[in-house]
Each structure stands twice: as structure tokens, then as C-alpha cells.
Design a protein around this ligand. Sequence first.
Ligand SMILES: NC(=O)c1ccc[n+]([C@@H]2O[C@H](COP(=O)([O-])OP(=O)(O)OC[C@H]3O[C@@H](n4cnc5c(N)ncnc54)[C@H](OP(=O)(O)O)[C@@H]3O)[C@@H](O)[C@H]2O)c1
Length: 272
Amino acid sequence: MSKTVFITGTSSGLGKLTAIRFAQMGWNVAATMRTPELETELTAYENIKIFKLDVTNVEQVHTAVEQAIAAFGKIDVVVNNAGMGTYGALELAKEEAIDWQFAVNARGPINVIRGFLPHYRTTGGGMFINISSFMGVTTAVPLGSLYNMSKFALEGLTEGLYYELKPLNIELRLIEQGGSTGNNFKGNITWNKDAAIKDYDDLMTKVEERINNSDPSQLDDPQIIVDAIVAQATGESTKFRTVIGAAGNNLLAMRNSVPIEEYLDTIAKSYM
Ligand SMILES: NC(=O)c1ccc[n+]([C@@H]2O[C@H](COP(=O)([O-])OP(=O)(O)OC[C@H]3O[C@@H](n4cnc5c(N)ncnc54)[C@H](OP(=O)(O)O)[C@@H]3O)[C@@H](O)[C@H]2O)c1
């Protein structure tokens, strides 16, 4: 019998590519997104069913979980992929932007995990694959404190849950990639700005330049990230954390090999 994966944030980028890959592998796919009415690509696959889901909306989570179970019977793997980035100095962030960053990247996965736990308990287990970032295990881009906060929170959530879910045969995985080609992430970044405060302008300009002119050789092929997700779902890999790409792996190696003060100074100086 075909296995089933439930994926959040499949309107673009990694979520969409992951949905297509699983469908091509013969899995059933519950592809969720905020605007199903706009979707034209995933609709071409017979084994993909699309459900409306804004992960910040607990009621919608319950409805989408029920609809996916009704459509496919058993869900084997849930991929918490939906995410966005709020960048800019913390002082300049609007209150709503701070809450929204946490709501989408951390509270969203909490909602979805809680939505599926009763199903996983009654069906004897399952897997949650949480899409984090190397920004969830390192700090590497100044003015990204809120994004770091949200992904560090996702990391802590996932690690902390391990102990209570292992006895129930519910597995947890983290994928920590860097920037990739083929996503709309830049379009999903909101920038905190305040024309009246100039003290962060220099750093802001440098960070924006660095993000907008990312060296394509430092961007991962998104299919490699999809490979890593598939490897977890199929049991080919049992790694709790998978760090993808040279940028993330180099940063993590540096962070783990020197005192934190030296790590922080090295990153800070690269933006001076
Ligand atoms: N691209 C990178 O540089 C990068 C690096 C490391 C980690 N990541 C992580 O990788 C994951 C996928 O991002 P991506 O690179 O594929 O970028 P992307 O193309 O922007 O995809 C993000 C997806 O999340 C969805 N989303 C945003 N807010 C949502 C909400 N409230 N409820 C449901 N869906 C929501 C977006 O849907 P809408 O179309 O409705 O906005 C979109 O489908 C994210 O968790 C991101 O943090 C990305």
C-alpha cells in the first residue's frame, strides 16, 4: 500500500518540489497551502490532494488533518516546511512582525504536530520532519535575530519532543539547509525598517547586499534538500539532524571548533 506524506507550505520552493518528488515516487501527498485556489502545478498529479492550510490557524490545522486522514486513511510522514523570514534590527521590528515570525516558524509546527499526535498514537507511530535552517544551529547573518529565534525554537522543540515521542514510535528529524536556488524565500522576507533611525543603516545595507547578491555557488540545489527529506521518510537515513550545503557545514564546523566569543567576532568582523 502506498505511503502518505503531509506537507505544509507547498505553494512554492522546497515544499512544492518535495510534494512533486513524493508523488513521482508513488506516495500519496497531502499538499497544503494558504491559497489552493491559485495552484496550477500540483493539480496535475492524481496522487496529490491539496488542502487549505495557514499553519498559524489552529482550526484550519484540525480541518486539514481531518481532511487528509479522510482522503488517505493513514498519514506516515509530516513535513513541517512552511516558513518565512523577518529581518532587520530588532529595535525596528513591528510588534506584529515579531509575533508573526514566531507564529509561522515555531507555533506553526507546534500546531501541526499537535494536530497529528492523536493520529500517530492510534496508528502506532509516524514521523515529523521539521525544516529548520543552518540559521537554526548557527547565527551567521546579522539582523536575523528573529529568524534565528524562530528556527532555534524549532530545533529546541524537536529535540525536546524526542523523549516523549520515542516510546510511542513517533520519530523526529531536522533538516538544516542554507539558501537554495528555486525558492521564493526572498519574496517571503519582510524587512524591519524605520527611516527615523539611522544607526543600523550601514549594517543593513551590507546584509541586504550580501543576500541580494548571494554567490550562486553557495546556494544549494533544492533537489539535494528534497533528497535529504526523502532519505528520512524512506528510512534510508536515520540521522536526527541533516545539515545541507557547504555554507552551513563550514559555519557549523567553525562554531563547534572555537569558543563562542571567537565565532561571534569572526562573523561580526566579516560585516565591518
Ligand atoms: N530559502 C532559503 O534561503 C532557506 C534557507 C534555510 C531554510 N529555509 C526554510 O525552508 C522552508 C521552505 O522555504 P523555501 O526556501 O522553499 O521558501 P519559499 O519558496 O518562500 O516557501 C515558503 C513556503 O511557506 C509558505 N508559508 C508562509 N507562511 C505560511 C503560513 N502562515 N501558513 C502556511 N504556509 C506558509 C509559503 O506560502 P505562501 O505562498 O502562502 O506565502 C511558501 O509555500 C522554510 O521553512 C524556510 O524557513 C529556507
